[in-house]
Design a protein around this ligand. Structure first.
Ligand SMILES: [Zn+2]
Length: 406
């Protein structure tokens, strides 16, 4: 995949000298502190300060504080077109963000049980159809972001081998390179929870913190970790995979090959199985369980309370390794609110954690089901050295949403 010549209007507008060096550093490294810009460009801190002031005055850059001492400079733009795609085991979602016309278009494709899920070809087809629906051409695209419901191994860029059965059509596909070559635009690919963490850190519950743990708990459980203002992926993309933290060494077998992972207790399937064993089939989805619990079903309320306790144990263990300032819970279990948080807050491990880390805040994620798609947008902007400190209203709501069946 080659980076396309700049025809989109994102950056590259013929600046020269020191300003060009600062822009290049921001494009290649993404948002940076002024100190990092000075090191990278070998310009003096005073020169960097002047250039950043100039870019801010032009509306081309923004400064966002990361913690009390440091702030990060980002580029901003009112141009460009980004498509963000979310590849789940049971569905495919995509959104096109048109910065020129300030409009967003969405598409959702649910897969029936037993279906092999979204293939690379299907993703390409969806991107092209969204571009056409927006009245644009593929050449108008600035970039495409893909969030996969599986960890992506680094540096190979393929879905990690132990999670391959989750997304069989992506076996051995170098996600970003393959789609980039087919579409002829820059493509970034990451794990869905990493992208959601990036969005929540940029625009949601983690804003203004520099150590942030995000946990996406819905049909499955994923996590993303922001350290020092960047997604921390670690070897094999495994960092933040809290869903596979072992809570009970003798617990149920997990698809990753371990026993007793967090995901074997709080993912949709084990929650449904627990209810079924207790009282026959009462609900066919996690959303049903939450609705029934809200309606007063005691068994449904009980399994959600216990899911909260399991999350609490896993959070307490993770917190002792990385000491996040904020842990945010997204996905359906986060949206279940006190049905899950009551259990979480009552767990012995969380109580203990509060005595050693009194400033830690465990809270609801703010961007809801949109977090992964918005994280794709944030990741693509990072990739291009752009940034948006404030998410515009138009990017939060779709202009046109379609739903297909397979
Ligand atoms: Zn596991």
């Amino acid at each position: 995949m080659g980076r396309r010549q700049d025809t989109s209007g994102w950056g590259g507008n013929g600046r020269s000298g020191s300003v060009a060096r600062v822009l290049e550093a921001l494009r290649s490294d993404g948002p940076s502190s002024q100190a990092a810009l000075a090191r990278r460009t070998r310009l003096s801190p005073a020169t960097i300060n002047n250039i950043v002031k100039q870019l801010r005055a032009e509306g081309a850059a923004e400064i966002r504080p990361v913690n009390g001492r440091e702030s990060v400079v980002s580029l901003v733009s009112s141009r460009g077109v980004v498509v963000s795609v979310q590849v789940n085991v049971t569905s495919l979602h995509a959104a096109l963000f048109d910065f020129v016309h300030r409009a967003r278009y969405d598409v959702t494709i649910p897969f029936s049980p037993g279906h092999e899920g979204g293939s690379p070809a299907r993703v390409i087809e969806v991107v092209r159809s969204l571009v056409a629906e927006a009245g644009l051409e593929t050449g108008d695209l600035t970039g495409v972001a893909v969030g996969m419901q599986a960890p992506i191994a680094r540096p190979t860029g393929v879905v990690t081998s132990w999670a391959r059965l989750q997304l069989p059509r992506w076996k051995d596909v170098v996600v970003a390179d393959h789609l980039g070559a087919e579409l002829g635009v820059p493509v970034v690919a990451d794990n869905d929870a990493n992208l959601a963490a990036l969005a929540e850190w940029t625009w949601g519950a983690g804003q203004g913190t520099d150590t942030f743990l995000y946990v996406l708990s819905s049909e499955q459980v994923g996590g993303g970790l922001v350290l020092g203002g960047r997604i921390h992926r670690g070897g094999d993309g495994l960092a933040g995979e809290i869903g596979h933290a072992v809570l009970e060494p003798g617990g149920p077998v997990c698809f990753c090959g371990n026993r007793g992972c967090l995901t074997t207790f709080v993912a949709e399937r084990p929650i449904l199985a627990t209810l079924e064993a207790a009282a026959g089939a009462r609900a066919s989805s996690l959303a049903d369980v939450i609705a029934a619990a809200r309606g007063g079903d005691p068994a449904c309320a009980r399994v959600l309370f216990e899911a909260g306790r399991h999350l609490g144990r896993a959070f307490a263990n993770a917190a002792k390794l990385v000491a996040p300032s904020v842990i945010a819970v997204g996905g359906l279990l986060g949206e279940a609110g006190e049905l899950v948080f009551d259990g979480l807050n009552s767990s012995v491990e969380i109580s203990n954690l509060r005595t050693v880390a009194p400033t830690l805040s465990v809270q609801l994620a703010r961007l809801g089901a949109d977090a992964t798609l918005l994280g794709g947008l944030a990741a693509m902007m990072d990739h291009l050295g752009q940034g948006l400190s404030v998410l515009p209203e138009w990017a939060k709501t779709t202009s046109a949403a379609r739903s297909f069946s397979n």
